[in-house]
Write a protein that binds this ligand. Structure first.
Ligand code: NAD
Ligand code: IPM
Ligand code: MN
Length: 358
């Protein structure tokens, strides 16, 4: 029997609640499809600061490097907001992405049919179906550029630098083009080339890589226009290729089209089979500990893990099908609407229902 070794980073806030439900789904899929999973629980973020003083302990990095892949909840919260920038929970998250070389973040915004009424967009804007793949560069750009604060003549200032090298743009562009080639063959590269040098280099590099993919139809949009187009006519998008910060912002926006940020999964990859799987949302401190969080983004991240890293596509499909079925029976608060026909449940019950349907 195949045995997979996974490192699990529950993190902070709702992190432990949603990860527990995701593990339930994975264990059920393992039973059903005949493989086993071994978990190594490690600390990241605020939980790691409390226990060790730093958001990314060396032991966590070593465990991740020795694993087949990583499952992550979310990090951060008001308790640690006063930490210096390089010791915040979020610095731990950026650190683990960088340490593992995970430069490609796939964020699929799909709408499950039962949730059409939960989307804030009108049915005629959503159209028949919606399936957008945001490909976000994850280890470069303004998140990792030179930064600092300084004081001159009594005036304080701070700066962060957006910088991209040609090889960084080339490798993320290839991920997005490969993805588009397997999907509807439409790729929109999003930048701010009317203002930023880094975006002009991005655009020129994407155009050069595009020549390797003659079947893929490429367009370029400015990020401000993209933000508007996503709610005006989301069906125009297939694959969106963009930088670290623009991808962060646009994927939160795209998540609402699918009904809730609690639905959007992600895979962070580095060109090998290894990946880190996490929902795109944060630690939701406002609902932590209330059994109110939607665990489906994390459960759907497990489906991505099974598909992209563990090569268990049938188990991945079984989880996605179970989620689709579960949505007709039960919903957490964020996706519950009056008259939807499903009952209002907490995080734990939602996870139980999904697991029972796998
Ligand atoms: P957030 O995503 O945590 O929450 C935004 C809103 O969405 C909140 O109202 C929250 O209740 C709701 N929400 C999020 N996930 C939900 C879920 N699964 N089910 C139901 N509702 C959900 O963003 P924020 O409030 O801006 O950030 C809170 C903390 O999380 C900050 O410390 C931030 O840095 C951190 N954060 C971490 C990650 C990560 O670990 N990947 C991602 C984003 C934010
Ligand atoms: C995300 C989060 C992180 C990011 C933060 C917490 C560092 O918002 O995963 O989307 O901006 O990448
Ligand atoms: Mn984000």
């Amino acid at each position: 029997m195949k045995n997979y070794k996974l490192t699990v980073l529950k993190g902070d806030g709702i992190g432990p609640e949603i990860v527990d439900e995701a593990i339930k789904a994975l264990d059920k899929a393992a039973d059903k499809f005949g493989f086993s999973v071994e978990y190594d629980y490690q600390l990241l973020g605020g939980a790691a600061i409390d226990a060790t003083g730093v958001p990314l302990p060396e032991e966590t990095v070593n465990s991740c490097k020795a694993a087949d892949s990583v499952i992550l909840g979310a990090v951060g919260g008001p308790k640690w907001d006063k930490e210096p920038g390089n010791n915040r929970p979020e610095a731990g998250l950026l650190g683990i992405r960088k340490a593992l070389g995970l430069y490609a973040n796939l964020r699929p915004a799909v709408i499950f049919a039962p949730l059409r009424g939960a989307s804030p967009l009108k049915p005629e804007i959503i159209g028949e179906s919606l399936d957008i793949m945001v490909v976000r560069e994850l280890t470069g750009g303004i998140y990792f550029g030179d930064r600092g604060t300084e004081e001159r003549d009594g005036v304080k200032s701070a700066f962060d630098t957006e910088r991209y090298s040609v090889p960084e743009i080339e490798r993320i562009a290839r991920v997005a083009f490969d993805m588009a080639q397997k999907r509807d063959k439409r790729l929109t590269s999003v930048d701010k080339a009317n203002v930023l040098d880094s975006s002009r280099l991005w655009r020129a590099t994407v155009d050069r890589i595009a020549k390797e993919y003659p079947e893929v139809q490429v367009s370029h949009l400015y990020v401000d226009n993209t933000a508007m187009q996503l709610v005006r006519d989301p069906g125009q998008f297939d694959v969106i290729l963009t930088s670290n910060m623009f991808g962060d912002i646009l994927s939160d926006e795209a998540s609402m089209i699918s009904g809730s940020i609690g639905m959007l999964a992600s895979a962070s990859l580095g060109g090998s089979g290894f990946g880190l799987y996490e929902p795109i949302h944060g630690s939701a401190p406002d609902i932590a500990g209330q059994d109110a969080a939607n665990p489906l983004a994390t459960i759907l991240s497990i489906a991505m893990l099974l598909r992209y890293s563990l090569d268990e596509p049938e188990a991945a499909k079984a989880i996605e099908d179970a989620v689709a079925k579960a949505l007709t029976k039960a919903r957490t608060r964020d996706i519950y609407t009056e008259g939807c026909g499903a009952k209002l449940v907490g995080c734990g019950e939602m996870g139980d229902i999904v697991a029972s349907l796998i």
